[in-house]
Design a binder for this molecule. Structure first.
Ligand SMILES: [Fe+2]
Length: 200
């Protein structure tokens, strides 16, 4: 082989090898990056991570909601639920521990959308009673959204026999249901009539 042809062949081969090495390393990196969601256990960890993100977003939103609420009992309800929500974050971390996994959050766009809607209520509604009624409506959206998530996670934990995790998720599910009922009672007993009668 003439010398220049050999050099060309060698350079081409070296380039090919380099390209293959880069491709191989990239595929390895991709494989470690891409979590597989195939088993119920994988799905439960993913769901717990989503719930952790959701609860942390709620911890950020509730003080703003309490500040914007006009009715004293509504302010109290939001403040009380903030304390409960902080406890729910703890429970989720505990659930990860019981499953022998590291707590890992999964970003949930939906809760950010609900939080944005609530911020719109706070910013745009000037009538205090109407703002309270809509704050309750926003909070009830969130409670029901959470109930759906916890209900699914609890069922998966139950199906896999993780009874200690079922217990933790059940406690939070009860918190959310009670918070929803409290908000509904407050709307029925006082706030809705205030809006209807044009009181503030
Ligand atoms: Fe919650």
């Amino acid at each position: 082989m003439p010398r220049f042809a050999f050099a060309l062949h060698f350079r081409f081969t070296t380039f090919d090898v380099q390209r293959e090495i880069i491709r191989y390393i990239s595929s390895l990196l991709m494989a470690t990056k891409q979590q597989k969601y195939e088993t119920l256990h994988d799905l439960l960890l993913l769901k717990l991570g989503s719930l952790l993100d959701i609860e942390e977003q709620i911890v950020k939103a509730l003080p703003k909601m309490a500040k914007a609420a006009n009715h004293e009992k509504l302010r109290e309800a939001f403040s009380a639920h903030l304390k409960e929500t902080e406890g729910q974050v703890e429970r989720l971390n505990e659930a990860f521990q019981k499953l022998g996994a590291t707590a890992k959050k999964s970003k949930v766009e939906a809760i950010r959308g609900l939080a944005k809607d609530t911020e719109w209520v706070i910013k745009s509604l000037k009538n205090p009673a109407a703002r309270d009624a809509l704050l309750i409506a926003s909070a009830q959206y969130v409670e029901h959204y959470e109930m759906a998530g916890y209900g699914t996670a609890r069922q998966w934990a139950f199906d896999m026999g993780h009874n200690d995790v079922v217990e933790l998720l059940h406690l939070t599910l009860d918190d959310e249901k009670a918070a929803d009922t409290k908000l509904n009672d407050l709307a029925k007993s006082s706030i809705n009539q205030k809006v209807e009668s044009g009181m503030e």
